[in-house]
Each structure stands twice: as structure tokens, then as C-alpha cells.
Design a protein around this ligand. Sequence first.
Ligand code: SAJ
Length: 424
Amino acid sequence: MGKICVVGLGYIGLPTATVFAGAGYDVVGVDINEEVIALLEKGQIMIEEVGLLEEVRKVVKSGKLRASLTPEEADVFIIAVPTPINHDQTANLDYVVAATSSILPYLQKGNIVVIESTIPPRTVEDVVAPIIKAFGVDPVQDIHLVHCPERVLPGRILHEMRSNPRIVGGYTKEASEKAADVYRRVVTGEVVETEATIAEMAKLMENTYRDVNIALANELVKISSKLHINAYEVIRLANKHPRVHLHSPGPGVGGHCLAVDPYFIVEKAPEEAKLISQAREVNSSMPSFVIEQIVRLTASLFRAKIAVLGLTYKENIDDVRESPSLQVIQLLQQYKEYDVYPHDPHVQQGKVNVPLYSLEEALTQADLVVVLVEHHEFEHIQGEQLLKSMNRPVVLDCKNCVKIADERIKVYRLGDAILQKGLD
Ligand code: SAJ
């Protein structure tokens, strides 16, 4: 079936390597992190993702997936390295450039080179192809170069990787045809062929669409706060219209995609991308809005103990990248008068630089519980537990997920008219 070399074994690269290996390809997974390679050789992984460990074990055991610190000759190269954001909110292409450079000595005529990393529009054209050309390989004649953005949702990665439609944007038409055929071997969804720049822009617009819509919901929360209206009820009723789908408000937008990708468009067309830029500002302001509510809910207290539940950027995963929770905690710590007790059942201490506590430690003698993430564990928190442990049973639910209906416990929700009208 051929050999695939996947460069970058993170949240996307490792599942990608696993899916291709599971389909019968000989896959070598490459990473610069020695720990990742050492673990993978033993069939172990560093990422929490539903079903991944089991599948990795299987393909490592069968010999279809091997791990290596350096690339090898292959028929297909898939680059799945991060594109972090610089301080000036431009894309940092260092990893993409390094990964592309690392495969150059192994390129052979007819190879397919896929960039899966999210990249600003025109990157294949203006950055990747020139690197390959400068090495003496013709990106038109010698190889087939494409951008094939990933679209998977953390928590559902393996399922979505196999079933979501894919966009394969070629540097040439032949490149998109050849690479699309490879993806069709493992993807049951439609595999659409297009140009590289269109694929780059389409990927960014998918996440921008979501970011802008979430900003609309978050702005509604702020407007409702001013006008004393229950934002959740507004959303529920507006969404009864068949063509309206207002998104859910929250403490901000995190993750390595929605909180980052829109800037890649703004970077390339700052004058034009005004709405996109504004949406980013609204979403980035939400942690401060949460703090304002916390301050109001604790105004009468001296040195309030606050239990902060949920550190990840969204529910039921262990990923804390760009998490609004970390910003909320940081802002809270700046107020010297709070004792902040963060708790997250999905996050290990080594992954964050704030001290973590057990649920019990966090709740004991707490004056306020702030729920920032909709982890399924938090849905089961019982009123009795809060009454028994807390100093004052008050909850600020920023994700509309707490299911406690006990009159002795005050549950306020972000965007809730009761929170806005004044507190007793
Ligand atoms: N969020 C809200 N309100 C909502 C939905 C989400 O506040 O109504 C917040 C979440 O809590 C989280 C952030 O937005 O902090 C992002 O979460 P998400 O579930 O919307 O998306 P990601 O970042 O986990 O994954 C997105 C997905 N893109 C889309 O749904 C358009 C995924 O398909 C992409 O593959 C991924 O980005 C990526 O890698 O680009």
C-alpha cells in the first residue's frame, strides 16, 4: 500500500499516523520530542483522546506504526506540526519551515507532500514551495505538494478523522488528484479537490465562522447584563427560528484553533478583516467579564476562598492551550484578597503552572464555586456536597451546566438575569 512519513506526533499527527497505519500503510511517525518517541515505541502516548491509546497499541504491536526522531524515505510525507501565534498575533511558521526542511533530503520523484498544519493563506505558495525549490526539487515537476487541513474535534478525533469531508488543495491540479486518492483510502466522507490557497482560506474561515458566532453570543450576554435580560432564554427562543443558531456564551474562547486561526486572516488583510478582528476582541474580553461577576458575588467578603472548576479550554479533554480558565485564574491571583483553588479532574499537575487541588480541597470552606468548563464530572456535583463543604453555598456557572436545584444553594449563571439584577 505504500509508506507514509508523518512529521509531528501531536493531537493531529499521532491520530493521523494511527489511522493510516490501521488502514494498512507502513507508517513512520517522526517527532523531535524524545519522550514522545520513547513512549510510542512502547505503545504509549502522552495525549488524552477517546480510543487513541487502544488503536496506537494495536498498530505499534503489528509493526505498522514505528517511531523515529528523524524522517525517512517514503511515498507520502504528512506534516502536522503546530503553528503557534507570535506576540504580534502573526503566525509563527518556524515549525512548518523546520519540518519541511527536515524532509528535503529524503524527497524522491513522485512523492506526495501534504501540509496538514493550519497556515495563513498563500503559505504553500509563498513559503513552502520556495523552500522545496531552493533545495533543487521542483514542486511542480518532481513532487505533488498539497495543503490538506484537518477538521477534527478533540474528543472525537478518530471518528471525525475517518468520517469528515476533507479538502485537498493542490499546488498543481495533479497534486490534488494524487493526494486526494491517498485520503480516500481512509476517509469515508467526501474528499474535495481544490487549489492550495482556497484550502488554506476555507480552513481558516471554518473556525472564524465559529469564533464570530460565539462572539455574538458573548456580546449578547454583555448586552443582556446591561438591560437585565436573561440571555439564555433569548438564545433558546431565537433558536426556535428554523434558520437561526445562536451559539453558547461562556468564559471565553480557547484552544489552538478558534482563538488563533482568525488572526491568520487578519494578518494578511488587516484593513478588510474588521469583523473578524472585533469578534476576537469580544471573546478575549470574557475572562475579565467573569472576574467582574466574581467581584460582585464576593463584594461583602474579606479574603474569599474561590474554587475554580475546570482548567481546560473545553469539556472532557486534557488540553489547556489558550484556555480562558487560565486567564481567569491569573486575573484572580492579581487580586491579592482571593484564595484561589483550581481543580480539574482531566489535568495533571505537570501540565499547568498553577497549583491544582482535589475537588474536596477546593470546595472545603469555599465562599464561591466558579464553574468554567462543562466537564461531565461537574454535572454530577451534588447539592449536599456543596452544603457540607462550603463556607457559603454560592455557584457561578459560566457554562450553564450545573444541575443543582436546591433552594439552599445559590446558582448564578453568566448571562442570567438574577446575576445582573443585584445580589442579596
Ligand atoms: N465555545 C463557546 N461557545 C460555543 C462553542 C464553543 O464558548 O457555542 C468555546 C469552547 O468552550 C472552546 C472554544 O469555543 O473554548 C473552541 O471550542 P470548539 O469546540 O468550538 O472548537 P475546537 O477548537 O475544539 O475545534 C475547532 C473545530 N472547528 C469547528 O467546529 C469549526 C474543529 O472542527 C477543528 O478541527 C479545530 O477547531 C481545528 O483544529 O481547527
